[in-house]
Design a protein around this ligand. Structure first.
Ligand code: CMP
Length: 141
């Protein structure tokens, strides 16, 4: 089925100037960018986005990293978009990411891991609505 997913190109990958290379991977996999914006997240924005991780030991580092520089945020649409994007990204820890995935090619650590992608339909819906209003989403059908 056609799905939407929320993708974030994290500060490390923006700093490496590989936004375009990552967008090309989405497009070649049949995912369409239907919304996008570049943002330097505030602490409050990052904490709210990652609220489900607030009790985890890595939360402070996660928020610190995600606010360390601008991120590129996009909604992607396509057939099985959530799983497809997760396949493109590879494992959360780049040391475990399969060859040819975004994280294997561009990430350096579990925090500086280049990209975020929604892990399930309910998360995708919440995460897209967290950053985009309906009038900022432009599906091409
Ligand atoms: P992301 O998909 O953005 O979701 C939460 C992020 O927390 C994750 O990618 C990692 O960058 C980061 N993180 C840091 N340490 C861990 C950990 N031990 N397990 C999972 N995620 C971690």
């Amino acid at each position: 089925a056609t799905q939407r997913t929320l993708s974030i190109i994290k500060p490390d990958a923006v700093a490496k100037n590989v936004i375009g290379e990552i967008y090309t991977r989405f497009e070649k996999a049949g995912l369409q960018v239907i919304a996008s914006k570049m943002v330097h997240l505030s602490k409050e924005q990052a904490e709210g986005f990652y609220a489900e991780h607030s009790e985890r030991g890595f939360f402070g580092e996660l928020v610190g990293f995600m606010t360390s520089g601008p991120v590129m945020i996009q909604a992607l649409e396509g057939e099985e978009a959530i799983a497809k994007n997760r396949d493109l990204m590879g494992a959360t820890n780049p040391k475990e990411a399969a060859a040819g995935t975004i994280r294997a090619d561009f990430a350096t650590s579990i925090d500086a891991n280049a990209v975020h992608g929604s892990d399930a339909p309910a998360a995708a819906e919440r995460e897209i609505a967290y950053f985009f209003g309906e009038n900022e989403i432009c599906p091409r059908g």
